[in-house]
Ligand binder design. Sequence first.
Ligand code: ARG
Length: 247
Amino acid sequence: MKFSKVLALVLAAMMLVAVFAACGEKKDDNVIVMATSADFEPYEYYEKDEIVGIDVEIMEAVCEKLGMTLQIEDMSFDSVIGAAQTGKADIAMSGITITEDRKNMVNFTTPYTSTTQSIIVVKDGDIAKKADLEGKKIGVQLNTTGDSQITEEFGDDYTDRFQNGALAVESLKAGKIDCVVIDGEVAKSLVAANEGLEIIADAYSIEEYAIALAKDNTQLLDKINGALEELLADGTIDAIMDKYIEE
Ligand code: ARG
């Protein structure tokens, strides 16, 4: 056999190996990779070294209906939506609020719950209602709807952005900021875990949570919507909420 023929055979064999290797890396169709930021009790947070919470349980129930398995990838909140958008993850589920801006980047499922942006203050301070926020230094979690809404209303000078809610609350307790605006149930968890804080009666805003998927992933979107609608109708989602949220 001529050397060039041998070379061609070897090259062909190498290409085959490469193709098989690539197939091996191909995403398992039965696994849903969920991007989340597990800093958000009661929706997603660590219990020892396991990520638990409302979002995790809802998605596990969805996967069970679809005969799929769930794989969770923890990252900072400001990477979560991008991970779904670029296909690095199949879905982003992280207490994500539906907004018009985000709808330009991803598709959203049917909303699975609604909530508020709440205002956390030091007890008996001088913020008692929403109107008192004027001129105050307000802590928010980076790239959240709290961040965009507060920045839009009060400007950069009055907005202090933190990697997560716990760090914002530390800053509030240290007297460096005047309040924290964050999702209602998360605010309740933070107040329960920290002495001397309270949530004022006025909510800052009201919003709805949904799961985000890449624009081209409409097949999975339809499947998840089908499962979600059943779980909403048969009370499963309510039961999961009740397990984590006391009224
Ligand atoms: N609901 C807010 C938003 O969509 C905050 C979500 C933050 N989630 C988290 N896991 N840290 O922007």
